[in-house]
Write a protein that binds this ligand. Sequence first.
Ligand code: ZN
Ligand code: ZN
Length: 427
Amino acid sequence: MGVAGNAGSDGTLRDPEGLMGDAHRLFEELRAIRRDIHMHPELGLEERRTAGIVSSYLESLGIETKTGVAGTGVVGLLSGDLLRDQTSVTQREESSHTPRVIALRADMDALPIQDKKDVEYSSKVPGKMHACGHDGHVAMLLGAAKLLTSRRNAFSGSVKFLFQPAEEGPGGALPMIQEGCLEDPDVDAVVGVHIHTEMPVGKIGIKFGPCSASADSIRIGIMGRGGHGAMPHRSIDAIVVAAHVILALQAISSREVDPVEPVVLSIGAIHGGYRHNVIADEVNMEGTVRCFDQDLRQQLPDRIKRIVEGVTRAYRAQYEFTYDFGYPPLINDDSLTEFAAGSIRALLGDDAVQVMKEPSMGAEDFSYFAREVPGTFLRIGAAKGGNASNHPSHSPLFDFDERAIPIGSAVMAQIALDFLRGISGSA
Ligand SMILES: [Zn+2]
Ligand SMILES: [Zn+2]
């Protein structure tokens, strides 16, 4: 397939395997898959139709395919055919004795949002929409599978294709891991991508170290004693206590935690009370807690509880406190990230790589994969019209430049090929 190699403006050879050229030729096919999925969005753990598209595509390529992983997840396994005696002595010395395995991951779920775009591929399902680009991730990974299948005689080792459900919640990565998707054969590295509409097409964002935050939730109940609004001294006003608790919790980020260590604690919901002249007996609150440091994260439940307990006791109220651990922080592996950057530069040129300085306080359950094996999560530039989008992800008008799809396919395929052949060997 394809003629490999184009000289870039700086004279260096780009796209040495011809991956980008072949990916461009897949553009219409991949766009059709993306639009089909876009028109038929499915929420987390309901991705049966999407999983069907994925599994029949993988099977048509001759890839060993397992469906029903963690409900609706699909895992494909492609093993290289490169014969040992064809491997040069140098390559054999560089690579480890056991063949390596790299996993590439896409999420498949949509969001409970009404699509308000006026395009022919708008969602046909009322109240459901691919507003985070996961339809694009599926198309990208299927494209990578096709590019790698046609090159299976050029590598040894294996590529695992992880199509996971429910990234937007309740999470599909952890149950897939629990069902063994990183074993048999054991995965050595994992790469995930996300469409990024703040970045032009052709740019790929990489991030060393902390990439996205943990996302835990808290529930706080304040129990006072109800009464008449005219006689507050004969009751315990749960609303006043709740107000003090909310303000005191702001000291977590401002006075409890090192100011150079990011932490977010936001109370997003508060419910209590009956009417203007009744003292509320009970208030219930919910909030989100986010950070990057796992040690700090383990300490936060006790620190928050101490404040809730101290304040409620000061006002003679009772409390209930629940801390639910959600997605862990996503920490990219530095050497795998550097390795991926080398592959991207070879594929798209030096200026394609954008090193992202700041992590996101958003969360991403790719973190579970990256907690098990070295992982890196890349942003694929997909700004429509070249400008950062006015309609960010999770907006009812969200859309992305579909030219990003073949680029995402080629990026994943290039990293996988380089990793399995130990080309720059830093990972
Ligand atoms: Zn999202
Ligand atoms: Zn997303």
